[in-house]
Each structure stands twice: as structure tokens, then as C-alpha cells.
Design a binder for this molecule. Structure first.
Ligand SMILES: C[S@@+](CC[C@H](N)C(=O)[O-])C[C@H]1O[C@@H](n2cnc3c(N)ncnc32)[C@H](O)[C@@H]1O
Length: 240
């Protein structure tokens, strides 16, 4: 069977996968480059659970990495599948749940291939902090839409594209505060909420909510707010 990571037609940026592979052993180190993901996790988890009532739901986490969000959704009682094209991250995710006791099913498969295999089989799909790392984010949105059941929710999070986002997410986080390794983000790949909502609409997903995730460098805290100018979550629902 062909290794999906080596497939030439895949919607994947190998350099991006490589960046995450090099850091893979640090996924669960809360003081590492993954600290921001650990810190925003309770916020996004709370938002998803509030709007999709995770307990008992079949959930797909697209671009799950080392499983920070996947595990936390499983702990809320969801039956979670996590997919990624980073082999190392998936191994770390698998190993971590031996320790934590979480019960996530992890698979090395593209979201496009999974959509062909099991369309309309998840109650909830999450795709967080991943769209800004792929060549064709609209295709990922379409695949997420194909995977969710009619009436189900799809949550995306990514970075807005404007001078403030550049200042906070690239200059601030990577160069001033050293929250992230330099080169983590490419500004051109950032996505405006209107663009994401438009791709979602074309894929049959209606946007029903947006939230900003703000970082206060003085208190070193993240919080959910209504300011979507930097990092934001889009909540969508698939028409029945
Ligand atoms: C910033 S991490 C986010 C991880 C996780 N979603 C979270 O928010 O905690 C981005 C993840 O996207 C994955 N990724 C990048 N391109 C991908 C693709 N085409 N298909 C699946 N996963 C991909 C990377 O391997 C990495 O694990």
C-alpha cells in the first residue's frame, strides 16, 4: 500500500510536516514550543463542548498532531478519531495515551482519503491550527464537510491575515516573545474569516459562530473573546 505521506498528489507541504516531525518528541512538554497549544486547549475544548455536547458523540480531529485536543475531547466522553500525516506525531500521540489512558483511534491518512472511505460518519469534526499549514486549505474544508453527518458541526481554527496578525503571530510570537520557533508560520497562508466562511459555504457548511483567541503578553494569558483579528475559531453546521 502506498505511504500516504509519499503520495505526489497529496494536499500536503512536506516542509511543514518536517517542521512538526522535528519537534514531535516535545508535543506533551507544556513548556516547549507546543506551550501555546496546551494553553489554548481548555478554551477551545470548552467552546466545542458548549456548542456540540461532546459526550457520546463520534468526533474526528483533523491534523491532530500529538493529540492534545483529541485526548481532551475523549476525556469529555466523545469517541474520537485523530488523523494526521505526521507519522512521528501520531506515534507520540499513541504512546501518550498508553500513559494517560485516553482511548483515541489514531490514523495516518489524509482527510481527503478518509472522506472517500467513510463519508458522513462523524457528528463533529474539528480542524484546529492546521489549515494555515497546507497548500489547498479549501480542499481540506470540503473534505471535513463531506465527513460530517448532516446537521453535524465542524469547527476550524486558524490565523487571520492582516498586519495585526502578522505582528502578533509572526513578529511577536516567533521573534519577540519566542513562544514559537521562527518559521512556524508563513503569513501568506493565513486565512481571513470571510475566506474561510466562503469555502465552508461552498462546501455546504453554514457559519453559526466565531470566536477570537487573544493573548495578553502582560498577563501571559489566553482568553476567548469577540476579536477575530489574530487567532480565531469558526463554528459551522452542515445543512440537513
Ligand atoms: C500546529 S499543529 C496543530 C495540531 C492540533 N490540531 C492542535 O491544534 O493541537 C498542525 C498539525 O497539522 C498537521 N498537518 C499538516 N499538514 C497536514 C495535512 N495535509 N494533513 C493532515 N495533517 C497535516 C501537522 O503534522 C501538525 O500535526
Amino acid at each position: 500500500m502506498a505511504n500516504p505521506v509519499e503520495s505526489v498528489n497529496l494536499n500536503v507541504d512536506q516542509a511543514e510536516l518536517q517542521k512538526f516531525a522535528e519537534l514531535a518528541h516535545k508535543w506533551w512538554d507544556k513548556n516547549s514550543e507546543f506551550k501555546p497549544l496546551h494553553e489554548i486547549n481548555p478554551l477551545r475544548l470548552g467552546y466545542i463542548d458548549e456548542h456540540a455536547s461532546l459526550a457520546g458523540k463520534r468526533v474526528l480531529d483533523v491534523g491532530c498532531g500529538g493529540g492534545i485536543l483529541s485526548e481532551s475531547m475523549s476525556e469529555r466522553g466523545a469517541e474520537v478519531t485523530g488523523i494526521d500525516l505526521g507519522e512521528k506525531a501520531l506515534k507520540v500521540a499513541q504512546l501518550h495515551q498508553y500513559e494517560s489512558g485516553a482511548k483515541v483511534e489514531y490514523r495516518l491518512i489524509s482527510v481527503e482519503d478518509l472522506a472517500k472511505e467513510v463519508p458522513e460518519s462523524f457528528d463533529v469534526v474539528t480542524c484546529m491550527e492546521m489549515l494555515e499549514h497546507v497548500p489547498d486549505p479549501a480542499a481540506i474544508v470540503r473534505a471535513c464537510a463531506a465527513l460530517v453527518k448532516p446537521g453535524g458541526k465542524v469547527f476550524f481554527s486558524t490565523l487571520n491575515r492582516n498586519p495585526k496578525a502578522y505582528l502578533f503571530a509572526v513578529v511577536g510570537a516567533e521573534y519577540v516573545l519566542n513562544l514559537l520557533p521562527r518559521g512556524t508560520h508563513e503569513y501568506e497562508k493565513f486565512i481571513k474569516p470571510s475566506e474561510l466562511a466562503s469555502w465552508a459555504r461552498q462546501a455546504g457548511l453554514e457559519t453559526v459562530g466565531t470566536k477570537g483567541m487573544g493573548y495578553n503578553p502582560l498577563t501571559k494569558n489566553y482568553k476567548l473573546n469577540d476579536d477575530v483579528s489574530v487567532n480565531y475559531i469558526l463554528q459551522t453546521v452542515k445543512s440537513v
